[in-house]
Design a binder for this molecule. Structure first.
Ligand code: CTP
Length: 399
C-alpha cells in the first residue's frame, strides 16, 4: 500500500492518455494522493474534468495560471511529490526531459524536483525504435529515471509492435514498487551481475553463451523485496527490469567489470550470477572477416574474473558466487568457493536442457568449513527468495 504517498501524475499528449484516468483510480486504491499535471497535448485527448473527478483535485497544466500558482506554486508542487510518474510519456516529452527543457509546467516540475521520476512510454513502434528516442531513453535511464515498459502488442495506429503503455493495474504496481520497501535489507545496497556477455570476433559476430539472465533477475527482485537498494549489471537479455531496480546494461566482460568497479565501493552484498566469458578474441577484426580460407583460428585471451576481483577488495562486500557445472557439481563448486575466497557459493547442474533459459532450477549452497544446504528444486523465483533469505542470515551473522 502507498498510504499517503504523494504522486504527481504527468499526462502527456498520446492516445494512451485515455487510460490514465484508470491509472489514477488504481493509484488512489493503493492509498496514494494523486495530483495530475497535464500538458497542452494531453488536453487534446482527455479533459481535465475527468482527472479532477477521479483524483479529487483540480488538474494543473499551465505554468502561467496565477490563481493555481498562488495556491501551490510549481516549486512547491515539485517539493510536494514523493514520486513523479509520467504516463503516458510521449517521445517528445522524453526528449524534453532528457535535455533539461522547462518550457511547460510538467517539464518544470520534473526539473525542479528531487523526487524519483518514472516514465511509462507510449507511442507508435517506429517512434519508439527511433534512434533519437532510444538515445533519450538511455540517457534518462543513466540518470536514474525509471522506465516502465513499454509493452508490445496492437497499437492505436493499427500497427503491432513495441510501444504500448503498460496497463494501468501493472503500472500502479510498478509505481508502488519504486517506494522504499521496509525489510531486513532496508538501507543496504545489493549489487548483482546477470545474463551472458558478448565478446566480439569482428563487427558482426560475437561469442556468447546460453545464459538467459532469469536466475539473476529473480535474485535481484528477491533482494528488492527484502528492502535493499538493488543495482543490476546486466548482459544482453530478453527480460523486463523488475520494478524498483536500477539496471546498468553492458555487453562485454570488460564492460561488466567496469560497471561493477563503478558500483562496488558502496555495495554491502555482491552476487555474481552472470555467465561471464572466461576468454575473448584477443584481436577482434576491425572489418568483417571474409571466408577466404578453409579454416579459421581465433586466438583467445582471458577476461578479468569479476567475482575474484571483488572478493580481493579490502574492505569488501559479502561476496556470493554461482557455479554452473555439468559434472561433479559440489566438488567443483567448493573448489571455486575456496579459490575465489567467497562467503557463499550457489551451485547448480547445467547441460542436457537443464537450467539455461528454464524457469526451474535446483540449488545447493556451500560455504567455508564444510557448510552445505540444499535449497531443493523449484521455480527460479522461489529459489531466489530462499537464497536471499539465507544470504541475509549469513550477512547479519558475519557483522
Ligand atoms: N565470474 C566472474 N567473472 C568472470 C568469470 C566468472 O565474475 N570472468 C563469476 C560468475 O558470475 C560466477 C562464478 O564466477 O559467479 C563462476 O564462474 P566460472 O566461470 O564457472 O568459474 P571459474 O573459476 O572460471 O571455473 P571453471 O574452472 O569452470 O572455468
Amino acid at each position: 500500500m502507498m498510504n499517503g504517498k504523494r504522486i504527481v501524475l504527468g499526462v502527456t499528449g498520446g492516445i494512451a492518455a485515455y487510460k490514465s484516468p484508470d491509472l489514477v483510480r488504481r493509484l488512489v486504491e493503493q492509498g496514494a494522493e494523486v495530483q495530475v499535471v497535464m500538458t497542452a497535448g494531453a488536453r487534446q485527448f482527455v479533459t481535465p474534468m475527468t482527472f479532477q473527478a477521479v483524483s479529487g483535485r483540480p488538474v494543473r497544466s499551465d505554468l502561467w495560471d496565477s490563481a493555481a500558482e498562488a495556491a501551490m506554486g510549481h516549486i512547491e508542487l515539485a517539493r510536494w511529490a514523493d514520486l513523479i510518474l509520467i504516463a503516458p510519456a510521449t517521445a517528445d516529452f522524453m526528449a524534453h526531459l532528457a535535455h533539461g527543457l522547462a518550457d511547460d509546467l510538467l517539464a518544470t516540475v520534473c526539473l525542479a524536483s528531487a523526487a524519483p521520476v518514472a516514465v511509462a512510454p507510449a507511442m507508435n513502434r517506429q517512434m519508439w525504435a527511433n534512434e533519437a528516442t532510444q538515445a533519450n531513453v538511455a540517457l534518462l535511464r543513466s540518470r536514474g529515471v525509471h522506465v516502465l515498459g513499454p509493452d508490445s502488442g496492437s497499437q492505436a495506429c493499427g500497427e503491432t509492435g513495441e510501444g504500448r503503455m503498460v496497463e494501468p493495474l501493472a503500472l500502479a504496481a510498478a509505481a508502488m514498487a519504486l517506494f522504499p520497501v521496509q525489510g531486513p535489507l532496508s538501507g543496504k545496497r545489493v549489487l548483482l551481475t546477470a545474463g551472458p556477455t558478448r565478446e566480439c570476433i569482428d563487427p558482426v559476430r560475437f561469442i556468447t553463451n546460453r545464459s538467459s539472465g532469469k536466475m539473476g533477475y529473480a535474485v535481484a527482485q528477491a533482494a528488492r523485496e527484502l528492502g535493499a537498494e538493488v543495482v543490476l549489471v546486466s548482459g544482453p537479455v530478453n527480460l523486463c527490469t523488475p520494478p524498483g531496480i536500477r539496471r546498468v546494461d553492458v555487453e562485454t566482460a570488460a564492460q561488466m567489470h567496469a560497471a561493477v568497479q563503478a558500483e562496488v565501493a558502496t555495495a554491502d552484498i555482491f552476487i555474481a550470477t552472470a555467465a561471464v566469458a572466461d576468454y575473448r578474441p584477443a584481436n577482434p577484426a576491425g572489418l568483417k572477416i571474409k571466408k577466404v580460407s578453409d579454416s579459421l583460428e581465433v586466438h583467445m585471451e582471458r577476461t578479468v574474473d569479476i567475482l575474484l576481483a571483488v572478493a580481493q577488495r579490502s574492505p569488501r562486500p559479502f561476496v556470493v558466487g554461482f557455479a554452473a557445472e555439468t559434472n561433479d557439481v559440489e566438488m567443483h563448486a567448493r573448489a571455486k568457493l575456496e579459490r575465489k575466497n567467497l562467503d557463499l557459493i550457489a551451485a547448480n547442474e547445467v547441460g542436457d536442457c537443464k537450467v539455461f533459459d528454464q524457469d526451474d532450477n535446483a540449488l545447493v549452497l556451500l560455504w567455508r568449513d564444510g557448510g552445505r544446504l540444499e535449497l531443493g528444486a523449484g521455480s527460479k523465483a522461489l529459489l531466489a527468495r530462499r537464497l536471499m533469505a539465507f544470504i541475509v542470515g549469513r550477512y547479519q551473522a558475519q557483522r
